[in-house]
Design a protein around this ligand. Structure first.
Ligand SMILES: *Cc1c(COP(=O)(O)O)cnc(C)c1O
Length: 442
């Protein structure tokens, strides 16, 4: 029998059940999900690999999901009938052959986490959290709703999974700071959508207050709730699995609230702990220069950290100045010989546009990660022969406004360096022939 529980990060002996309504330790720190590793060690590394392979992308409920295919490592305590899954994970690992050649690293891969039910990698964690909530409700706990603050993707995922489970969902969004697609997702799923006149950090403060008293019956679904981390951590495990259990040299991930930097590391450490891998990749967290508290701390050698007020960025999902998971992300970066890099608005937009020209369709956050990659190659930190994985966190289609403005050169923030606007022509064959000849040469 496999077991897992919440433990206080500062005192592992302070423990809670995963179905307790508790978000903080007695000293006010975050809780972390711990697993009974001795029980997990009863299976050999080869047996785990074989089990995970046998379930990968199959239909047996719920193990075909990339998250639930690793149920024993993620959340063994939830009953299968309470799992709320929409076949998360298993997203393709795309060999970015042309783009890699252009920027000088041939072995470049993009993990397409945006190819998911709600179009972002937030589905990986939300399936776990909402499943545990459904378990709590089945156990008779008085939970009436789930709630989150969001920069757009968390709320889309929570609303979809909540709707699938029939659990009322309340989302707090910073007014005017999420894309139209992200706003309409929770609207369509029937959530209560509260658009607050503040930024993400302001929404976070409000939702913490609203959920602080367990008697409210409103369960907090932000990533400070470590159930989400358990699902998100499968991204690192999947990447290794997709390389037939070989570890890449680098994994680059955009960071805002930084739960995902921690989660990526947690999955990889578990692989090593249980003997499936013997070395670790280096992790790069990429931030928008307009929202870069982690980058600033990195520049001090992590001796000094200060929250900031994040400025607007096209990478709106990471416009966060006071990241909740800052300390555990720093610990992760230290354990993975990590690097923090930043990207300006122009750099992130151009990197996304260049990748699109080679067949990707990069969201602005993926643009941040790609821009960081280009800088690290140019500085000689990432070498030409290294195997690099970029975690693409959302689908480009959620950010059509970003791409339209760039290609129509309508952005007030960035220039359309690689813009490719549609040509408007009369319906005249000669005019068309001239345009085509110009395009293909001749
Ligand atoms: C949430 C999110 C991130 C950042 O994840 P954090 O855990 O907040 O650092 C990056 N990109 C997209 C598209 C996101 O939705």
């Amino acid at each position: 029998m496999y077991r897992a529980w919440f433990a206080a990060q500062d005192d592992p002996h302070e423990r809670y059940s995963l179905t307790d309504v508790v978000y903080y330790s007695r000293s006010g720190g975050l809780l972390e999900v711990q697993h009974d590793l001795d029980a997990l060690r009863q299976r050999s590394a080869a047996e785990w690999r074989q089990l995970f392979e046998s379930r990968w992308m199959r239909t047996t409920w719920p193990y075909g999901s990339g998250v639930w295919g690793k149920k024993e490592w993620v959340c063994p305590t939830v009953a299968d009938e309470n799992i709320v899954s929409m076949f998360e994970g298993g997203s393709n690992l795309f060999w970015a052959e042309r783009f890699g050649r252009e920027i000088g690293v041939a072995d470049l891969w993009i993990k397409m986490c945006g190819n998911s039910h709600t179009g972002s990698f937030k589905d990986l964690g939300m399936t776990v959290l909402v499943s545990v909530v459904r378990q709590m409700i089945a156990d008779g706990q008085p939970i009436r709703a789930v709630a989150c603050a969001s920069t757009g993707d968390t709320s889309a995922a929570l609303a979809a999974y909540g709707a699938a489970a029939g659990i009322p969902t309340i989302v707090f969004l910073p007014k005017g700071k999420v894309s139209i697609a992200q706003l309409v997702q929770p609207v369509a799923h029937g959530a209560l959508v509260l658009s607050l006149d503040t930024d993400f950090d302001g929404c976070m403060r409000v939702v913490r207050e609203v959920t602080a008293d367990p008697a409210s019956g409103i369960y907090l679904a932000n990533s400070l709730n470590s159930l989400r981390v358990e699902g998100q951590k499968t991204v690192g495990i999947e990447i290794v699995q997709q390389f037939d259990w070989e570890v890449p040299d680098w994994i680059i991930i955009p960071g805002g609230n930084l739960g995902n930097t921690f989660a990526l590391g947690k999955g990889l450490l578990m692989l090593r702990e249980l003997g499936l891998i013997s070395r670790l990749p280096r992790i790069v967290t990429a931030q928008a220069a307009n929202a870069n508290p982690l980058y600033r701390a990195y520049r001090t050698g992590f001796t000094h950290y200060e929250p900031i007020t994040a400025a607007p960025t096209l990478a709106s999902a990471i416009q966060i100045g006071a990241p909740v998971s800052i300390q555990r992300a720093i610990a992760t970066l230290q354990a993975f010989d990590g690097i923090v890099e930043q990207a300006t608005e122009q750099e992130l937009a151009d990197a996304a546009a260049r990748a699109d020209r080679t067949g990707a369709y990069a969201c602005p956050h993926t643009g941040v990660a790609l821009a960081a990659l280009i800088k690290l190659i140019d500085r000689g930190v990432i070498r030409r022969s290294d195997r690099v994985v970029v975690v693409s966190t959302a689908h480009g289609l959620k950010f059509s406004g970003f791409k339209v403005d760039y290609h129509e050169r309508a952005s007030t923030v960035v220039q359309g360096t690689f813009a490719n606007p549609p040509r408007e022509l009369p319906a005249d064959v000669d005019a068309v022939r001239r345009a085509v000849a110009q395009f293909i040469g001749g």
